[in-house]
Design a protein around this ligand. Structure first.
Ligand code: OSB
Ligand code: MG
Length: 376
C-alpha cells in the first residue's frame, strides 16, 4: 500500500443543537478531514482535534501543522505492507495523537477499500450491529435535561450519559432517576473535579450509575486510584488514557474499572486495537467514545466498535443528533432497539456527498512527493 497524495480540508459544520461540557459550549464543529490517495483509490480519516485545546492539548491548527510538516513526509510515497505499520513510522513525533490518527485511519480505510472488505473486517471485528448510547450535554435547565433524556430513551438508545460539572451533578442525576427509574445511566465530568471533591462525588454512589467518566484531571492517574478506592461507582477513564502504557499503569494502580476508547486520543486504529486487547486481558470492559464526529468519523467508530471487548454501549449515535444534513448520505441511523448496523461496503462503507464537503470547506491543501521535496 502506497499513499501518493494527502489532501487536508478544514471544515465547519453547524451542530443541530449546541453541545456543552464542563469546558464550554459549542454551536459548530470545526474539524480536519484527511483524504489519502493511492493506487487509484482514496481513504478518509476525520481528525478529532477541536478548535480549542480544552479536551486535549491538540487543536485543528496544531494538527494541520503536524500533519503537513511532520506526518505527511513520513507517509507519502512510502510502501507499507499493512496500515498497522503507519503508527510506528511516526514514532519520532512525540504526542499529537489526533494528527497521527487522522492519517493512520485514512490509511486503514484505503487499505480496506483496496482489499474490497469492510473496515470492520480489516480491524478484526465481527459484530454486524453495535449497541448505541447517547451523550447529553449540560442544558440550560433540569427540565430541558429531562426532556432530552425522554426523547433519547424513546428513540431506543441503550444507555444515557450526561455531562456533569460542579453545580450540575447530583441534582441532575437525582431528577433523572426520579423520573425514569433504573435506566442504564452514567455521567462524564471531563476532568472538572479534584480529589478535594471526593465526599461530594461519593454522593453519586447512591444512584447506581454504570460509571463516572474522567472525574479528575486530564492527565491524572494517581488521584483517580485514590478516588476509586473511596467510590463504589466504577471510574471510567477517557482523557487520561493517551497511550497503551498509561492504560497499563491505570489498570495496575486501580485508577479505573472501565476504559473509553477513542482512536484519535491514542494515535489511531493500531493503538486502539492494542488498548482493546490489553483491557480484554485484564477483564476491563471498554466502550467507544465519541467526539461529535461527522458521518465519516462516526462510520470509523462503528467499525472499530465491532471488536469483541467493546461490551458496553458507546457514544456512537445517529447522525441526526448532530448534523442535518450529515456529510454522508444515507446518514447513520439507529434502529428502534438502540443498535446501529455496521456498513458492509468496502472500507468505511458510507457515501460521502462531495458537494456538502465542498460547501463546508474553509481551507484546503494537498501534499504530494513534489511538494514535500520542495520544502525539505
Ligand atoms: O468526553 O466524551 C467526551 C465530545 C467532545 C469532547 C469530549 C467528549 C465528547 C462527548 C460527545 O461526550 C460524544 C459524542 O456524542 O460524540
Ligand atoms: Mg469523556
Amino acid at each position: 500500500m502506497k499513499i501518493d497524495r494527502i489532501e487536508l480540508r478544514l471544515l465547519k459544520l453547524p451542530l443541530v443543537h449546541f453541545f456543552e461540557t464542563s469546558f464550554g459550549r459549542i454551536y459548530d464543529k470545526h474539524f480536519i478531514l484527511v483524504r489519502v490517495e493511492g493506487g487509484g483509490a482514496a481513504g478518509f480519516g476525520e481528525c478529532v482535534a477541536e478548535q480549542d485545546p480544552y479536551y486535549s492539548s491538540e487543536t485543528n491548527e496544531t494538527a494541520w501543522h503536524i500533519i503537513s510538516t511532520f506526518v505527511a513526509p513520513r507517509v507519502v510515497g512510502v510502501e507499507f505492507a499493512h496500515p498497522r505499520e503507519v503508527f510506528p513510522a511516526l514514532k519520532a513525533i512525540r504526542g499529537h495523537n489526533m494528527a497521527k490518527a487522522a492519517v493512520e485511519m485514512a490509511a486503514w480505510d484505503l487499505f480496506a477499500r483496496q482489499q474490497g472488505e469492510p473496515l470492520s473486517r480489516a480491524l478484526g471485528g465481527s459484530r454486524e450491529r453495535i449497541a448505541s448510547g447517547v451523550s447529553i450535554g449540560i442544558q440550560d435547565s433540569l427540565d430541558q435535561l429531562v426532556a432530552k433524556v425522554e426523547r433519547e430513551l424513546a428513540a431506543g438508545y441503550r444507555r444515557i450519559k450526561i455531562k456533569i460539572k460542579p453545580g450540575w451533578d447530583v441534582d441532575a442525576v437525582e431528577r433523572i432517576r426520579a423520573r425514569f427509574g433504573s435506566i442504564p445511566l452514567m455521567v462524564d465530568a471531563n476532568a472538572a473535579y479534584t480529589l478535594a471533591d471526593a465526599p461530594h462525588l461519593k454522593r453519586l454512589d447512591a444512584f447506581d450509575l454504570m460509571m463516572i467518566e474522567q472525574p479528575l484531571d486530564y492527565d491524572d492517574i494517581a488521584d483517580h486510584a485514590v478516588l476509586q478506592r473511596q467510590l463504589t461507582t466504577p471510574i471510567c477513564l477517557d482523557e487520561s488514557i493517551k497511550t497503551v502504557r498509561l492504560a497499563e499503569e491505570a489498570i495496575a494502580a486501580g485508577a479505573c474499572r472501565i476504559i473509553n476508547i477513542k482512536p484519535g486520543r491514542v494515535g489511531g486504529f493500531r493503538e486502539s486495537i492494542r488498548l482493546h486487547d490489553l483491557c480484554a486481558g485484564h477483564g476491563v470492559p471498554v466502550w467507544h467514545g465519541g467526539m461529535l464526529e461527522s458521518g465519516i468519523g462516526r462510520a470509523a467508530n462503528i467499525h472499530l466498535s465491532t471488536l469483541a471487548n467493546f461490551s458496553l454501549p458507546g457514544d456512537v449515535a445517529a447522525s441526526r443528533r448532530y448534523f442535518d444534513p450529515d456529510l454522508i448520505d444515507p446518514p447513520i441511523e439507529v434502529a428502534a432497539d438502540g443498535t446501529i448496523g455496521v456498513p458492509t461496503g468496502a472500507g468505511l462503507g458510507v457515501a460521502i456527498v462531495d458537494a456538502r464537503v465542498e460547501r463546508a470547506t474553509l481551507r484546503r491543501a494537498a501534499i504530494d512527493a513534489r511538494s514535500i521535496a520542495a520544502v525539505s
